[in-house]
Write a protein of this length. Structure first.
Lengths: 341, 452
């Protein structure tokens, strides 16, 4: 039972990341009709916003002392400038670098989204999906290589704040012995964060005029345009919002997986499967399928499950995608007619 | 030009020239291959070209970059530039610092991308288009085995870079291929006594293993070695290469009854699985009345940097470490550090050593003919290269030398001071028979000089 609860927690945390990326993907598809293969790269850029924020805060300056190296030269002893400037508060800033990086991630990703949409994506609105995939995939490779050229190929560790590190004990909630159901605190924080972002996006689309117009545009762009509303501008903004969501998902994920230039690609394929399973263009479908597939992926890795079907953990997501595409091509919550003709 | 496969009859030649006293490679000067035998890419001008095939893109690009730095340094030293590095400590040596066999050493590079097909393509290009006489490098066993096989078919020497799978000099060994780096069996043989001393005999181990040749052979090696010390292997779980998030594989460990987690992961997988295991509180747990512990059998300092604080106190093994104080290591660290401003990695070390060993073999044999090189390297004993007295065993082309058991440094004094050497395991303790069950099934075959 304890093992099942732990895998549920794993699935929720994993599902949170899938849902956030898939939400952006499906928003872009729903508004602009573009299949954006660079969306994983946006997740990666967000992760590197956290890396940059930490690098900025831990940038070291010389103390004036020198020390000898093993190869016979001398190097200057250094210390982070924020510590020199602010003392203990400087250390706290460094410790909270990941949450603080949200302040950097939001504007950077909005700008990246706007530039991407205006500079490249809009030229491909009316082109076939295959061409959209090629150009956005190419862009993803360029962005990944740029990051690698700057930061190298190795993963870069980005720790969570000490106060949110360690383990959260859920044993009491489930009536188990203390210490039997423990889960990394930051992973649980990530799940709560993703749920919060999803809620904000849904409220934004549901309860604001802007959101209502966007939803109307998703249903029938032409009619909304005939009412004198510049739907194109709103869709451009939604592209930027989607980029920001992916970026935030990436920034907050850095303490879970040390980011490298390729981290976006690892999530991209899974997130596309999530969108397809949930239903192209369906926001609810993306979120539900994200959590569903996260949970399935976690349960399939249990040794008891693998003893029955060896290797199931590595194929489960694709197996579900195949079944959904065969039985219900429009996805679990997709609009009738989409992907069915 | 095609790479024509045509094996020369080396044994026949050896028999015929037995009177020339070729059976004692240690004192061997000039070989039957030195004159009159055609071979692929025989250098005609004043220079000879070596092919450095390293990952320049992909997950191991940083390790590849360090290998390339070492190769460039080795070329510099061979051509008589710089301070000479380990050429000053390597013995017995026929290197003169004027190139190799009087020819200036030049090089071309290829990008393996840590993919077998890409690595074979770049090696093939260097052999066919650039006329490379020898191929060396790599940071993955899958790649090493693939390129070694290609070099055998083509008729050039392959001096493996970082490859730790037993198979490279086991079931996939080739006459034209040589490995200086240690292997999974050696890691197990060196680590098991240290683990027993530190954690006792009554332990239950849970293995998470990268699902490819290196992971499989290391898992078997570590499990066998620890079981021989009384440990029980509770579970062996294969994880997909590059899994990223290992949480779903780590949570079952917590309820398995195991009190040791063995991570048969390398590179990014190691960084991620180790970091995540620590964050799952495994180092703070008590299981079966004992402190839960984690073991990383193959360490890389470059990669360990990515795991940050999480490596502290965790045991593993390594082929070489820059903090060693023997003359060879000091000379290499000084040379490399002054050139690049930081210490070399174990990958850089093995690549540098392999280049010097190849060059010395050519000088000894008096030819670049691969069969002459093979003859000079087989059963060659040397010292002064940072690992103590070393034997390049003729039966499988594997180097036998001391193995370092290390652990994550609890009190690092610099960002490079990540690992601490806790024991130097003597070569005798990690030596095995060429046909040991973990290495059986392979045949070196005949050397191939690529002569048409």
């Amino acid at each position: 039972m304890d093992a099942i609860i732990l895998q549920v927690l794993n699935g929720l945390e994993k599902g949170g990341a899938y849902a956030l990326i898939a939400l952006g993907l499906t928003l872009i598809f729903g508004t602009l009709g573009v299949v954006n293969f660079a969306h994983g790269a946006l997740f990666m850029l967000g992760a590197f916003c956290a890396v940059i924020m930490r690098s900025l805060l831990t940038y070291e300056v010389a103390t004036g002392e020198v020390e000898a190296t093993a190869w016979g030269t001398e190097v200057a002893v250094t210390t982070p400038y924020v510590t020199q400037l602010f003392g203990e508060f400087g250390n706290t800033l460094i410790d909270w670098a990941v949450p603080v990086s949200i302040l950097l991630t939001i504007p950077v990703m909005l700008i990246v989204g706007l530039v991407m949409e205006r500079g490249l994506i809009r030229h491909f609105y009316k082109r076939p999906h295959a061409e959209q995939i090629l150009v956005t995939f190419g862009l993803a490779i360029v962005l990944a290589e740029l990051i690698k050229a700057q930061f190298g190929a190795n993963p870069i560790p980005v720790p969570e704040p000490a106060a949110l590190g360690g383990m959260a004990d859920f044993s009491g909630i489930f009536g188990s012995e203390p210490g039997t159901i423990t889960y990394p605190m930051w992973r649980f924080v990530y799940f709560l964060f993703s749920a919060f972002i999803i809620l904000i996006v849904f409220c934004f689309l549901k309860f604001t005029t802007f959101g209502m117009v966007v939803r109307a545009g998703m249903e029938d762009r032409e009619t909304v345009g005939l009412l004198g509303i510049n739907i194109g501008k709103r869709f451009t903004f939604m592209f930027a919002i989607s980029a920001m969501i992916a970026g935030l998902a990436g920034a907050m994920y850095t303490p879970i997986i040390s980011p490298d230039y390729n981290i976006g690609m690892e999530f991209l394929v899974l997130s596309f499967v999530v969108v397809v399973v949930g239903g192209m263009g369906s926001l609810g479908g993306a979120v539900s399928a994200g959590f569903l597939l996260g949970l399935l992926q976690s349960f399939s890795a249990m040794n008891e499950v693998k003893a029955i079907i060896p290797g199931i953990d590595q194929i489960i997501i694709y197996l579900v995608a195949i079944i959904v595409l065969l039985v219900r091509p429009r996805g679990l919550m997709g609009r009738k007619g989409v992907m069915e003709t | 030009m095609s790479l024509i496969k045509k094996n020369l009859d080396r044994r026949g030649v050896l028999k015929g020239s037995a009177a020339a006293g070729l059976a004692a490679p240690m004192f061997f000067n000039g070989s039957a291959w030195a004159d009159g035998h055609a071979y692929l890419n025989a250098p005609k001008g004043k220079s000879v070209t070596l092919g450095f095939n390293v990952p320049q893109t992909g997950a191991y690009a940083d390790e590849g970059a360090d290998e390339l730095r070492a190769y460039k340094l080795a070329v510099k030293h061979l051509n008589g530039e710089g301070d000479g590095g380990m050429m000053n400590t390597f013995k017995p040596s026929n290197l003169k610092g004027n190139g190799v066999l009087g020819k200036k050493v030049e090089f071309v590079t290829g990008d393996t991308q840590t993919k077998s097909d890409a690595a074979r393509s770049s090696a093939k290009k260097m052999i066919e288009a650039d006329k490379a006489i020898m191929i060396t490098g790599g940071s993955s066993s899958g790649v090493a085995i693939a390129v070694q096989s290609l070099c055998q078919e083509a008729g050039v020497i392959f001096m493996a870079g970082l490859t730790h799978s037993n198979d490279t000099t086991g079931k996939d060994r080739r006459a034209n291929g040589f490995r200086h780096f240690f292997n999974g069996f050696m890691s197990g043989a060196a680590l098991a006594p240290v683990l027993e001393n530190n954690y006792g005999k009554d332990r239950k181990a849970y293995h998470l293993t990268a699902d490819y040749t290196w992971g499989w052979t290391q898992e078997q090696s570590i499990a066998d070695a620890t079981e021989s010390k009384g440990w029980e292997t509770v579970e062996k779980v294969r994880t997909p290469l590059g899994a990223g998030d290992f949480s779903q594989y780590l949570t079952p460990v917590l309820n398995s009854g195991a009190d040791v987690l063995v991570l048969n992961h390398y590179g990014k997988d190691m960084v991620n699985s180790l970091t995540q295991a620590v964050k799952f509180g495994m180092r703070d747990k008590q299981v079966n009345g004992k402190d839960f512990t984690i073991v990383v059998p193959l360490y890389s300092r470059l990669m360990a940097q990515g795991a940050g604080e999480n490596v502290k106190g965790i045991f593993g093994s390594t082929n070489w470490h820059w903090s060693l104080t023997d003359d060879g290591s000091k000379a290499f660290v000084k040379s490399f550090g002054q050139e690049y401003g930081f210490p070399p990695s174990q990958a850089a070390h093995t690549c540098y050593v392999q280049t010097l060993l190849y060059a010395n073999a050519a000088e000894t044999a008096g030819t670049f003919n691969p069969c002459g090189i093979v003859e000079a390297l087989e059963d060659f004993e040397f010292d002064g290269m940072g690992n103590g007295p070393t034997l390049y065993r003729g039966a499988d082309h594997q180097c036998f030398k001391d193995v370092l058991v290390v652990k994550g440094n609890e009190n690092p004094t610099s960002k490079f001071d990540i690992l601490e050497v806790v024991e130097v395991t003597p070569a005798a303790q990690v030596t095995y028979e060429p046909e040991h069950e973990m290495f059986a099934g392979g045949e070196l075959g005949e050397c191939n000089s690529g002569a048409a």
